[in-house]
Design a protein around this ligand. Structure first.
Ligand SMILES: Nc1ncnc2c1ncn2[C@@H]1O[C@H](COP(=O)(O)OP(=O)(O)O)[C@@H](O)[C@H]1O
Ligand SMILES: [Mg+2]
Length: 252
């Protein structure tokens, strides 16, 4: 048995004043180091809520969350925000880049705020990442002056500059066209190949096939899990078929 990197034990979540009942209903899951774990499920299933709960961005009403063998649910906000800054990276549907900073500055600032490295190290790593993400030519432009795909790639660079133990991605391709979606997915897959653990929420089958483990969430409950070997482009078509069959059986 591998020990989980991140584990949710019996997580429950209700929103005050929400009459819809439990948004997370006794969710238990293990996320393993080096995996690209995907959470799928219909709109309103609780996917984003689960991601925010696991990453400590939002509280839970029951259960526990463990990260690297340490219970992190119940930490004080200061400890939680330190943990997030050092250990967690985030990518969302919208890039949330700071509009009056260049792509380079957006990435470097995250590095200065994060792991407490020397300025030289941060700047070197920001440059490396800009190159790795293929946006080095746009580094001195503002977010509004680059394409949506370039902005999202810069957002991925910003998310990993502190070498997070886990990268959380909530619908990272939700605002991208087909071409940019494939590029962003190639980046995420490439990061995962170099050992980056990723937890990605998506309802896009083309994104989900990149995962080696897919969990299906509905009405706040995990209904099933599907395991795949590591992704390669050659298996994309087959995997899409398998995934669609599985989703059909779950009345997706
Ligand atoms: N801040 C909130 N207050 C009240 N209800 C919320 C809040 N956030 C989400 N919900 C409810 O929780 C359910 C799950 O939402 P969400 O996690 O965003 O779903 P998904 O990401 O799977 O589409 C929805 O019914 C939504 O209305
Ligand atoms: Mg969502």
């Amino acid at each position: 048995m591998r020990e989980a990197l991140l584990a949710g034990k019996d997580i429950c979540k209700e929103f005050q004043g929400n009459t819809g009942g439990m948004v997370l209903d006794h969710v238990t899951l293990d996320i393993y180091e080096g995996d690209l774990t995907v959470i799928m499920g219909p709109s309103g299933a609780g996917k984003s809520t689960l991601l925010y709960a696991l990453s400590g961005m939002d509280g839970i009403t029951g259960g526990e969350i463990w990260y690297k063998g340490r219970k992190i649910s119940g930490l004080r906000e200061k400890q939680m925000s330190d943990l997030r800054a050092h250990e967690f990276g985030f990518v969302f549907q919208q890039t949330h880049l700071v509009s009056n900073l260049t792509l380079y500055e957006n990435i470097a600032v995250a590095g200065y705020l994060g792991a407490g490295w020397k300025a030289k190290e941060v700047e070197q790593r920001a440059d490396e990442l800009l190159f790795q993400m293929g946006v080095e030519k746009a580094k001195d432009r503002l977010p509004a002056e680059v394409s949506g795909g370039e902005a999202q790639r810069a957002a991925v660079a910003r998310a990993v500059i502190n070498r997070p133990g886990i990268l959380f991605a909530d619908e990272p391709t939700g605002a991208l066209n087909r071409q940019n979606t494939q590029e962003a997915l190639n980046l995420l897959t490439g990061l995962n190949e170099t050992g980056q653990s990723i937890l990605m929420v998506t309802h896009d089958v083309r994104a989900a096939i990149r995962g080696n483990r897919i969990l299906y969430l509905e009405d706040g409950k995990i209904l099933d899990a599907l395991d795949f070997p590591a992704y390669r482009d050659e298996v994309a078509k087959d995997r899409e078929l398998r995934l669609n069959e599985w989703l059909c059986a779950l009345s997706w």
